[in-house]
Design a protein around this ligand. Structure first.
Ligand code: KPL
Length: 306
């Protein structure tokens, strides 16, 4: 059995631990210990209690008898680097990492800094915590796995097969950078606006917000072109990006977006990982980003008031 460490016991971390446990040795790592028995509720409503092995980072031995084959980092984007720094003394620098973050902040930085292979995963699996001892697998999705320089195809294939065997359908891809930016583009058009206005995703279709969505997408489409990120569905520039955003708004109309959930809980949001790379790219390419910058400033002000 291969060994998987999962750093960050949030919803995706626990879903991974539950799913991988029957076929691999898994350890969930976090700042505090979790109740040893954890419940998984499946999208079909079935409930399973499972003992999940969890350790605090302080409890990790520096010389582990079974070194991990993969370390999954499932923290929020802005916490990924410090979480990794907390365990580097306990793993070989050639250990493969798997980054599950939103946005495009942790991925290029850790890929550059880590001597071993760094895979990135982007998933549409839906999951949320139901308490300290439970996770709800709210909807089945798909996970794409690859690395930013398309160097570790065999490892990405191995991971995709393991995830699929664990019940989380996954595919190895050569264009993970493209997919991460595409997700970021959609997140940038939805997340800050719903978080600032305290509305569900579907409300963006209304007169009060739709013009703002269009203005964000206009800037995002120009940035994507400069970054060499193809418009979705073989479409044409701005129209294709806008169509994708409206499609996601439609499909997630009743969702309370992750950034709104963070604001409600007065937690730091992922604005730095979502708006940050877009604004940085606009500056590098001499493109307009007043609308994105405005959203970032408003989000910063909101977070400062927590
Ligand atoms: O991914 C999302 C999020 O909540 O972060 C969107 C697409 C906005 C759906 O809610």
């Amino acid at each position: 059995m291969t060994t998987h460490w999962i750093l960050g016991p949030g919803a995706i971390g626990r879903l991974l631990a539950h799913s991988l446990s029957p076929i691999a040795t898994t350890t969930l790592l976090g700042r505090r210990a979790l109740p040893p028995r954890q419940m998984l509720t499946t999208p079909e409503g079935e409930q399973y209690w499972q003992p999940l092995n969890s350790l605090t980072i302080a409890q990790l031995p520096s010389n582990t008898p079974k070194p991990p084959a993969f370390v999954h980092i499932t923290t929020k984007a802005m916490a990924a680097e410090s979480a990794l720094a907390g365990i580097t003394d306990c793993i070989s620098p050639t250990t493969p990492l798997v980054l599950w973050q939103n946005g495009f902040l942790a991925q290029p930085r850790i890929t550059q800094a880590w001597p071993g292979p760094v895979l990135c995963a982007t998933t549409t699996e839906g999951a949320y915590l139901t308490g300290d001892d439970g996770v709800m697998h709210a909807g089945r999705g798909h996970t794409f796995v690859g690395d930013l320089h398309d160097q570790y195809g065999a490892l990405a294939e191995e991971l995709a097969q393991t995830l699929t065997q664990a019940g989380l359908a996954a595919t190895k891809v050569c264009d993970i950078r493209q997919r991460l930016w595409q997700k970021l583009a959609v997140n940038a058009a939805i997340n800050p606006l719903v978080a600032l206005n305290d509305v569900r995703n579907g409300e963006l279709r209304g007169e009060a917000y739709a013009g703002h969505v269009v203005a964000v997408v206009k800037e995002v489409a120009a940035i994507m072109l400069a970054e060499g990120i193809a418009p979705p569905n073989d479409g044409n520039g701005e129209d294709a990006w806008l169509a994708l955003v409206w499609q996601v708004v439609e499909n997630t109309a009743n969702n309370k977006a992750s950034m709104l959930q963070d604001v409600e809980a007065k937690r730091p949001t992922e604005r730095g990982a979502i708006l940050g790379p877009l604004i940085g790219s606009a500056h590098r390419h001499g493109l307009a980003c007043e609308v994105l910058k405005g959203l970032d400033d408003e989000m910063a002000e909101l977070e400062a008031s927590f």
